[in-house]
Design a protein around this ligand. Structure first.
Ligand code: NDP
Length: 400
């Protein structure tokens, strides 16, 4: 029914490829292309072994638009799933426009030389995608992604107006390494060391990095210290749900992780500018990435759960109401199924689900869309069926 091209061959791409192969009746041809072809080959070998599905592979530098265009012209996919890094978003969107191909990603564009997360760069493609009659689906991982769809689902089915939103992201898993990040270390450290930001009564309030924190209780996990951070879906959610008076994002971190992070920053290893080392230019955070464990290798000894969801307060039929919608995901179960840990799993499954919505005609339209703009119902049904079931608590105490 549809040809799909995955770009990237890391943890998230691995899970998405497994999930595409599990839906081979819809995704009839799969290609995995990335900078390092042997990583694509190894995913393809696994797909053949586990599901008997043959995926093609290719080498591509996704920062090189002519190279991408040549690949797209020869494979002619219906949809490109950009599961490489946020730096490649605009190059891949440019190539899609040139060839006439639809686009999906899981993280908003970020310039290499500045850790700055905002949708403006990708929203600026709105007219070009519209005129070309193509669809670009932005931020279709878990957060952004499922959290955005959870919010849309709450607004559609549970509230007349939503007023307060807390997105809560807990990783209560243990990978048994002294320090490792669960997705690309460079992107992860850039994100966490940024200033915090939340939305209050029409304004953005800035905080020092991880300055605001408090213990929050997560279902079947218990209390975990949770830190207020800026996260990209807040920007599109306050735009698409203008009744929101407050929107915040919280993530849990262990003390050991924070101590390592502080040391990494203090000794300059989180720097994103070039330095001279023995006559060679290196970027410290990129060097650090090269010595840290790769996210896709963490799965084997990972135990415990993630719990990510949305806690929402608003009004229904003139009465105040609270609503909590969340998914808990087991790292062990994710590893057993796909050979990767829970964070890659919770990102790769929604990416496939978004692709499924698009190729089956349940999501679409010409232009650039954040996922909360689509119908949440078929997405959440498919998500639950694909390994990420979700749960609701109505009128519970949400620790706002
Ligand atoms: P990884 O670092 O594991 O994988 C990234 C992959 O992209 C690697 O295979 C890498 O190639 C490839 N790549 C990097 N640069 C290029 C390039 N120029 N051309 C071609 N390929 C390239 O990252 P993850 O799998 O953990 O994350 C993938 C994406 O998912 C990231 O954008 C991340 O921000 C996002 N994400 C989103 C989440 C969400 O909930 N929305 C949560 C977690 C991640 P090589 O192997 O050669 O390095």
């Amino acid at each position: 029914m549809a040809k799909i091209l995955i770009i990237g061959a890391g943890g998230v791409a691995t899970v998405a490829a497994h999930k595409l192969a599990q839906n081979a009746d819809v995704f009839t041809e799969i290609m995995i292309a990335s900078r390092t072809k042997k990583k694509c080959d190894s995913i393809a070998d696994d797909l053949k072994k586990r599901y008997g599905v043959i995926a093609q592979t290719a080498q591509v530098d996704a920062d090189n638009v002519p190279e991408l265009v040549a690949l797209l012209k020869s494979f002619q996919p219906k949809l490109v799933m950009n599961l490489a890094l946020p730096y490649q978003d605009l190059h891949i969107m440019d190539a899609c426009l040139e060839v006439g191909c639809n686009y999906l990603d899981t993280a908003n564009y970020e310039p290499l030389d500045e850790a700055k997360y905002q949708y403006s760069w990708q929203w600026a493609y709105q007219d070009r995608f519209k005129e070309a009659g193509l669809t670009a689906i932005l931020g279709c991982g878990f957060d952004p992604g499922v959290t955005s769809v959870f919010t849309a689902y709450a607004a559609k089915h549970h509230f007349d107006e939503i007023h307060e939103l807390d997105i809560v992201d807990c990783n209560a898993g243990n990978h048994h390494k002294a320090f490792a990040t669960n997705f690309n270390p460079e992107i992860n450290i850039r994100e966490i060391t940024q200033k915090g930001r939340y939305f209050l009564n029409g304004k953005w309030i800035e905080t020092e990095p991880l300055e605001i924190h408090k213990p929050l209780t997560y279902p079947e996990i218990g209390q975990r210290e949770s830190y207020l951070m800026y996260h990209e879906e807040l920007e599109s959610l306050v735009k698409n749900f203008p009744t929101l008076k407050r929107a915040r994002f919280w993530m849990t971190f262990g003390q050991e992780y924070l101590t390592h992070l502080r040391v990494i920053q203090n000794i300059g290893m989180a720097r994103i500018d070039e330095i001279d080392y023995n006559g060679q230019k290196i970027v410290p955070i990129q060097f650090l990435k090269a010595v840290l464990p790769a996210p896709e290798t963490l799965g084997e000894n990972y135990t415990g759960w993630t719990s990510i969801g949305c806690r929402i307060k608003g009004v229904k039929d003139g009465k105040e109401k609270t609503y909590y919608i969340y998914n808990n995901c087991s790292h062990e179960a994710a590893y057993k199924e796909t050979g990767t840990q829970g964070i890659s799993y919770t990102t790769g499954v929604p990416a496939m689900t978004g692709a499924y919505m698009f190729v089956t005609g349940q999501w679409g339209g010409a232009g650039v869309f954040n996922v909360e703009e689509f119908n949440p119902d078929p997405f959440l049904a498919k998500l639950a069926e694909s390994g990420l079931p979700w749960h609701e608590i109505i009128n519970g105490d949400l620790e706002f």
